[in-house]
Design a protein around this ligand. Sequence first.
Ligand code: 3LM
Length: 399
Amino acid sequence: MRNDSPKSGFATRAIHHGYDPLDYHGALNPPVFLTSTYAFDRSDTGSARFAGAAQGYVYSRVGNPTASVLESRIAALEEGEAALATSSGMGALTAVLWTLLNAGDEIIADKTLYGCTFSLLRHHIQRFGVAVRFVDLTDPAALPAALSSKTRVVLTETPANPNMRVVDIAACAEICRRAGCLLVVDNTYCTPYLQRPLSLGADLVVHSATKYLGGHGDLLAGIVVGSKAHIEQLRFIGVKELNGACISAIDAFLVLRGLKTLSLRMERHCQTARRLASDLEAAPQVARVDYPGLDSHPQRALAGRQMKAFGGMIALELKGGLAAGRAFMDALKLATRAVSLGDAETLVQHPASMTHATYDSEERLRHGFTDGLIRLSVGLEDYEDLRDDLLGALARIAR
Ligand code: 3LM
């Protein structure tokens, strides 16, 4: 039985790729292989697998059949050769950086990143002799001047967490290719349904699969996608010997379950977010809305070229700044006050004191966002209910 072909559409691949029920007694869903280790028929089979001379599982830190289905499915969706699933997005990111970088190397990172990624680069990685420069990559022309002979990795999110800045992946990829360094794109906000960085020339894609890929707020997971050679290196050095951040079989199963509805969910997240972004922009209490689908967004045209739709994340600032933002969050009745994103539930949080508390106040301003910024992860509830909740909360705090 053949479930999908290279010509299959995105939704078909998200449901079928990499798993044939007839290989497992007709079970519609892949089995969850709850095993840490794997028996060898003879001792030399085990030795050959360890030596890389024979294929086969040896230990679930290095590979697990349930995780393998997930890895081949995400690789197909991202249009990459191979993928590695990890225990979290941070596990994916550290596997990449700790494997690829040596003391003396430099990283160039976009100036706005998820708080823990920023902290890793701002506070920790220097201890291993790696230098970091934060550059505004929304202007790709700034990149060549920042590169040096020591630059090994350029890292960006797009749209960036939390303020939705959009970086031109193809332009940065071309500059990196010429300079001989690797472009790593964190595609968490988009998923491959909206944006495929490898097809635009990036070398590696990183995900927090905790978010839209899983989609239900019930797991932590990460993914890296890239060439077979890179993924082998990340698997056998990054996860096996450096961070140990392997995915559990149950979490791999749950991400696979989430992927089956990824295209439907993303369509709905995008539709509702676009409508809510316009409603919020029109509200008198709102000073600014950051959403790449709004005409007011400075990279609206680039986002339209690079992304299939504009995503489910919105950032906004109220006219009353931080105090008004906090009052707004507390006045919401349907949206849930929580960090994370990409779930069925609409989530609202305050980056300066939550996800991005790793920046100090002065850094937040320098890196492009204020203490008053509020972030919304638009969920799958009815648009009308969300609109009433958001606009109702704005009206109540204005009174
Ligand atoms: C958040 N973000 O609420 P995990 N890359 C991006 C991310 O947004 C995240 C990671 C990597 C949030 C998590 S904050 C305490 C909660 C763009 C996570 C890291 O290790 O799977 O959480 O991924 O913005």
